[in-house]
Design a protein around this ligand. Structure first.
Ligand SMILES: *Cc1c(COP(=O)(O)O)cnc(C)c1O
Length: 410
């Protein structure tokens, strides 16, 4: 197995932004100078103590880090097998892990003298996190959002507007996340001087996948230290849900060289990975291609047209996956599985009932896989799953699927 030939899994990407055959920098000539400048500035900031001091201060006092590592004891007992821990990133300000990364990029933007921040958003979570941090620093914020998503995600559109952001509905293509990302890239090229493009996941051209991973790594670093303190050893299995793959990469990265740790990424299986592409499982149901400036596994038809994908969870329906995951999949260091809408919904309910935690639908996918494997594992097997978001945003979707009429429920 290729895995055995590699000394460290933590050295990537190479100087061309490649993780094995994946990643890279597939961008137009006009975009290249911007990307190179960003890379230079990031490489500098990364080794600058004052950059991390500013991050740590905001992580502590604005975001609320470190997030707790919680032993889900009732769920553990209910399932009767492995011991289940949750990394509580849903307790962060704005309710998910996204703000970890947004803070990093915006501090970098400020150092680069940029005054206008643009972002793409699908379900609106990254848009809200970006609008939040822009408000905090008094920066102009423009969020590109597919017209279709603007309709579907009204509460988040309103949140962004309250926070002072301009939300631009994107009607090109099919008016979804993929198209919003294309429009944001176009905006960047036309507004080079004052604008910084804040990407929401471990995708895009190099250095974005590595940079976003570096900012999200705080999740895995904390989890590792907290686990050593609680249990005196590392977990046996770590599990996270994957849209583009940023919360998962953040949890996984610090554990990549700990070979005793099983790493499992959970993709959205929608209505089932075999059914007419009604899913978002890029690794389990897609194949390699180029999208948004990098080579990775994508959902595509026989002609290479990108497919939209489907999931009950709007935050998971990105048709690609971060290139580092594609590499970890190919070399076998991490395993990727999929979970259907139905399985995620019952995990959501079980988590509410057993733990008093209303999870977002995205981590409900990770939890569903935990529920699948935990009963057959010994009681001394330790699982750590990433509870990357809270479920307040999802109660309307869940109510609809459970046949509960919100309008009549007063
Ligand atoms: C955005 C989002 C995701 C998907 O993004 P990743 O980059 O895969 O982490 C998952 N969970 C929550 C709660 C989100 O808001």
């Amino acid at each position: 197995m290729a895995e055995d030939l590699i000394n460290s899994f933590m050295t990537g990407p190479d100087e061309n932004g490649r993780f094995g055959d994946f990643g890279g920098r597939f961008v137009s000539e006009t975009l290249m100078p911007l990307i190179l400048e960003l890379e230079k500035q990031y490489e500098f900031a990364k080794t600058d103590d004052s950059f991390w001091a500013e991050m740590n201060d905001l992580w502590t006092h604005y975001v609320g880090r470190p997030s707790p590592l919680y032993l889900a004891d009732r769920l553990t007992e209910h399932l009767g097998g492995a011991k289940i821990y949750m990394k509580r990133d849903e307790l962060n300000h704005t309710g998910a892990h996204k703000i970890n990364n947004v803070l990093g990029q915006i501090i970098l933007a400020r150092r680069m003298g940029k005054t206008r921040i643009i972002a793409e958003t699908g379900a609106g979570q990254h848009g809200v996190a970006t609008a939040t941090v822009c408000a905090k620093f008094g920066l102009k914020c423009v969020v590109y959002m597919g017209a279709h998503d603007v309709e579907r995600q009204k509460p988040n559109v309103f949140r962004m507007r309250l926070l002072g952001a301009e939300v631009v509905p994107v009607t090109s293509g099919r008016g979804t996340l993929k198209d919003a990302m294309n429009d944001a890239l176009r905006d960047w090229v036309t507004n080079v001087r004052d604008t910084f493009y804040c990407i929401g996941t471990v995708a895009g051209p190099h250095p974005y996948p590595a940079m976003v991973r570096d900012f999200q790594q705080i999740i895995g670093k904390e989890a590792k230290a907290q686990m050593l303190e609680r249990e005196g050893r590392l977990p046996d299995t770590i599990i996270a849900a994957i849209g583009g793959g940023s919360n998962a990469m953040g949890l996984f990265f610090p554990f990549l060289d700990d070979k005793s740790v099983n790493i499992i990424g959970v993709e959205a299986g929608g209505k089932g990975v075999n059914a007419k592409m009604e899913h978002c499982a890029s690794l389990t149901g897609g194949r390699p291609g180029v999208l948004h400036g990098n080579r990775t596994y994508l959902l595509q038809d026989d002609d290479g047209q990108i497919l939209e994908g489907y999931s009950i969870s709007a935050g998971l329906d990105y048709p690609g996956i971060g290139p580092e995951h594609s590499w970890l999949h190919e070399i076998g260091r991490a395993k990727y599985v999929s979970i259907t809408d139905k399985e995620a919904l019952s995990a959501f309910q079980l988590c509410c009932e057993q733990e008093g935690i209303i999870p977002a639908l995205e981590p409900s996918h990770a939890l569903a896989h935990v529920i699948k494997i935990a009963p057959d594992l010994p009681k001394d097997h330790i699982i750590c799953m990433n509870m990357c978001g809270r479920g307040d945003k999802d109660i309307f979707t869940v109510a609809k699927h459970l046949g509960f009429d919100m309008a009549e429920a007063d």
